[in-house]
Design a protein around this ligand. Structure first.
Ligand code: ATP
Length: 306
């Protein structure tokens, strides 16, 4: 019986491994498929590094031909400035980020970086100039070192460790039994939402892109982690052209300009003070979020006093 069960155990093991590998492959193909939708145009040239100013000019966009998502979106991010985008769920905020990274081409209008239409430059040169810290970072089934170094594979070990220190994740990694060689991802150590975002920030620090896109996580991190992550991001964003997609208005009140999106259009724009003074949609959202925060804090007080 034992003789029979051993090979069966072994077969079970092989089956599980193949299943995992297929799942990994599937994910990889999905990732490739996402960026493969867009091909370099014949004769595409490299993006020439410039001041890294970003311009959206009359951008319309549809994922599917029967449903338009963005309507005539125009805005400028002057070189080195930070623009934040806010608006209700589904209003098209993350779509702006995806278009700037050129996961898709605009339906009409154009997006310029340093005066160059991003549809006419090579994907490789564009992806080198633009770094993205997404809502939910995909971790590869590999070491945490590999996952950070992925930001710039030719970086030295010291540079990788320095990026991890700046993203405030070095001490955490050092506390793990296998330190930087700890396997993470679906088959390894599961990281929390905040830890994953720090890995993404470390990647971005290592990459040193001229333009940074930060898509704030929808699920609220605890407020200490959130504050720490915001502080780290602010440091990375200094002197970089930055597009921040925000869900919590408190995190972007000091942006150079805030765009308010509704149903695929920009309905208001200005600084936090200007938008509050205008008493429009932004002022309403702000009021609502302040009330929610009060209720949340009251709830915490009630629990701790029990
Ligand atoms: P949230 O705050 O919830 O992240 P958002 O403002 O970032 O929302 P988007 O993710 O930009 O919104 O989505 C805008 C609209 O586009 C939504 O109605 C969504 O259903 C649609 N959409 C998003 N991705 C796709 C896709 N790959 N294919 C088709 N429609 C999509």
């Amino acid at each position: 019986m034992l003789q029979l069960s051993m090979p069966l155990h072994f077969l079970g093991f092989v089956y599980r491994e193949i299943k995992h590998s297929l799942a990994d492959m599937e994910k990889m193909f999905n990732l490739l498929a996402e960026s493969e939708e867009i091909k370099d145009k014949p004769g595409a040239t490299s993006l020439i590094p410039g001041d890294a100013a970003v311009r959206f000019e009359g951008v319309d966009f549809s994922y599917e031909s029967n449903r338009q998502i963005l309507f005539d979106v125009s805005f400028d991010i002057p070189a080195g400035r930070n623009i934040a985008v806010v608006g209700h769920s589904g209003s098209g905020k993350s779509t702006l980020a995806r278009l700037l990274f050129r996961f898709y081409d605009v339906t009409s209008g154009r997006i310029l970086i340093s005066g160059q239409n991003i549809s006419h430059v090579t994907q490789q040169s564009l992806r080198k100039a633009v770094g993205i810290v997404p809502q939910d970072t995909v971790l590869f089934n590999d070491s945490i070192y590999y996952n950070i170094a992925y930001g710039r594979p030719d970086a030295s070990r010291e540079e990788v460790l320095e990026a991890a220190r700046s993203a405030h994740i070095h001490d955490f990694i050092e506390s793990l039994p296998d330190k930087y060689e700890t396997m993470v991802g679906e088959r390894g150590l599961k990281l929390s939402g905040g830890e994953k975002q720090r890995v993404a920030i470390a990647r971005a620090i290592l990459k040193e892109p001229e333009i940074l896109i930060f898509d704030e996580a929808t699920s609220a991190l605890d407020s200490n982690s959130e504050k720490a992550i915001q502080a780290e991001l602010k440091r990375v964003a200094i002197n970089r052209t930055t597009l921040t997609i925000a869900h919590r208005l408190s995190t972007i009140a000091d942006a150079d300009q805030i765009l308010v999106m509704s149903k695929g259009s920009i309905i208001e724009r200005g600084t936090h003070r200007e938008l509050l003074a205008a008493s429009g949609a932004y002022a309403q959202m702000w009021e609502l979020q302040q009330q929610e925060e009060q209720t949340r804090l009251q709830g915490i007080n009630d629990i701790t006093q029990k």
